[in-house]
Write a protein of this length. Sequence first.
Length: 339
Amino acid sequence: MKNTCINCGVSIPFYESGFLTLKGKEELKIGNLSLSGESKTKNTYHFKYGTFSELLKMLQELEGVLAAGNWRAGISSTLKNPRIVPFHDFKKRMDNREAVEFIQNGTLVSYFQPILDLQKDHLYGYESLLRSGDNENEISPGLLFQTANETGLHSLLDQRARETAIRCRKDQLQRGVKSFINFLPSTIYNPEFCLQHTFSFVEKYDVDPADLVFEVVETEKIVDVDHLKSVFAVYRREGMKVALDDVGTGFATLEMLSQLKPDYVKIDRSYIDHCDTNSENQIFLKEVTHISRELGIRVLAEGIERKEELDYCKALGVDLAQGYYIGKPLREAKVPLLI
């Protein structure tokens, strides 16, 4: 696989006025449009716009005409080196300018949710959760990731989220305290190349790689097990640990534990809910705990909201726990009152 970032959500600028460039493999019938433009080369067209609102109107009109073709688009202030991306991604980025600009350049921070070692009753680590760091322009993480996914910027946001987690832990957490950091395997096309960004952040912020646990998210969308194995292998080679999230749902089945052999498994919260009284949940928890123990995998119970749930998991031998009963995500890393 080529070492290229062409698919890694490269950021694009916004210009209040300038030129819209379209490139395609077929002729664009300008006569059918109300806007005017000119062709500089075969199937490449330039349209001048005076305001950003005018650009949005142009894109609205072009959308219907270009829907069936393989068109790409970009903008520039002087017709020099516009960054060209698929038209659909480009229009989505222009339509969601505020969120896109935030994804590209906004201030991001990590909130810390504590993770408890159930068997030793001490703080084990924190999950790092991405948040907006701009009080005047606060955008929810859900909207950021939704916009990133719709505009082809999911790789860029995932990369920025990993850097944010590593940067924010430097001044908050002592060495030896683990950081669980989410990542999207679908954004890592070539782990040998794509993960170099992450490893450079570890070195830049002087973080011990052994304190980092990279946690798969959106596991229900993963179909390439071999690719995920290769991602895990590269993380581990650099001295980091890996975790499989939401075990029991979607892709993250018990069958996958023996194939992937992660260092940690996080049990989906649906199995933790009232596990002290729900017999079906208890059967699943006993099974995953038994299998994980045989494979040398540490088990983390996620979504604990009641003392009874925590007590049941502890008695069962579950290693780690996380949830609102232990502590909510906060800007400053707090030691749980339970300790």
